[in-house]
Ligand binder design. Structure first.
Ligand code: FAQ
Length: 325
């Protein structure tokens, strides 16, 4: 539902005021509502990056589908990777409600003009990585995305509700996989600890640069697109994960990590922000491979898109003929 029905649409000189009041009342902006250009651009930027992340995010775990150690693990992983594709599609649809063109967004991704999350540029050399991605990466995604269910833009917020339900299941399957491995052999426990050591810092970087180096946060928070700052969400993730690590029996690789009674939060070390910037700029361990695979899949799927377009055109022509008869 739009917040402005045509009958009650404000006059042109009051559009900005009406938009500001809608945001201040914590109501939703809907596709047919007037919105400032900057708000639309920010949403397209964030939603497109988010959609690209879900789609590129299928690759690191997808590499394990053929090598999962049992039929059960294979079926779980298949379903999870398929869910990520679905998330990408909801998000591209949300971007389309803002006037973006999905084909154009894909072009921008594969020629490097649009970003996707840094976290998906790290390799997955062991099956424990599948568990740690579920635990850390989906856990971080939940911290970041649950507040986005209250984002001011209706289609984005509604897409996030369903996505978050699925991410919670993904996180639990990762943790359950790790629990099973921790009950296994010494070699399996070592695999889990090694994966934890490699994914911890990149997972903290997923939340973005620190608040004082985050150029978009203030504006996005004023528009209630983002509800919390990057540092607030990072802290929430650390506080949530520390007791889970203790229960699992792994050590988080940060000597500065400790409970701070006064703050009521854990203190933790500083991620390597230079590394984050390098990975965002395309110089991470797997950036080139991820984009090359995405490009190859896009090109290999051209005939499917062409066939679907031709089919839709035929259906439309048949519909017209039927209506004329
Ligand atoms: N990686 O000013 P800020 C998932 C960019 S989905 C790459 O702080 P903002 C599911 C940022 O875009 C994971 N780039 O920006 C899954 C901006 O560049 P721009 C994705 C990053 O937007 C699980 C510049 O740096 N989640 O995990 C990163 O206010 C398992 C300055 O930064 C979302 O997209 C980064 N880590 O805050 C799938 C959630 N951080 O555009 C498969 C929605 C920052 O100005 C398996 N997005 N940048 O050129 C958000 O909440 C926000 O966009 C942030 C960044 C928090 C990511």
């Amino acid at each position: 539902m739009t917040t402005t029905d045509a009958a009650e649409a404000p006059p042109p000189e009051r559009l900005q005021e009406h938009f500001d009041a809608t945001i201040a009342r914590d109501q939703r902006i809907e596709p047919r509502d007037w919105m400032p250009d900057g708000y639309r651009k920010t949403l397209v930027r964030q939603i497109a990056q988010h959609a690209h992340s879900e789609i590129i995010g299928m690759q690191p775990e997808g590499e394990w589908i053929t090598r999962a150690p049992s039929l059960r693990r294979k079926a779980i992983l298949f379903a999870k990777v398929q869910d990520e594709a679905g998330h990408g599609l909801y998000l591209y649809s949300a971007a389309e409600t803002l006037g973006a063109d999905r084909a154009d967004l894909t072009e921008r991704l594969i020629d490097g003009r649009q970003k996707y999350s840094s976290i998906f540029n790290y390799p997955t050399p062991s099956f424990a990585d599948v568990g740690v991605i579920g635990w850390f990466v989906d856990g971080a995604a939940i911290c970041n995305q649950v507040p986005l269910c209250r984002s001011s833009y209706g289609p984005y917020a509604r897409a996030m509700v369903r996505i978050c339900k699925e991410e919670s299941f993904h996180q639990r399957q990762g943790y359950e996989l790790l629990m099973t491995m921790m009950r296994g052999s010494a070699a399996q426990r070592e695999m889990v600890q090694d994966a934890v050591d490699r994914w911890w810092w990149p997972s903290l970087m997923m939340f973005g640069p620190p608040d004082d180096a985050s150029p978009n946060s203030a504006r996005s928070m004023a528009w209630k697109i983002k509800r919390h700052s990057n540092d607030e969400l990072r802290q929430r993730f650390v506080d949530m994960t520390v007791p889970q690590a203790a229960k699992l029996g792994v050590t988080l690789p940060d000597p500065e990590l400790r409970w701070n009674e006064e703050r009521g939060h854990h203190d933790f070390g500083t991620p390597d922000w230079d590394e984050l910037m390098r990975v965002i700029k395309g110089d991470g361990p797997c950036n080139a491979q991820r984009i090359q695979r995405r490009r190859a899949a896009h090109e290999a799927g051209a005939w499917v898109r062409e066939a679907a377009t031709a089919h839709a055109a035929k259906q439309a022509a048949r519909g017209k003929k039927g209506a004329a008869a």
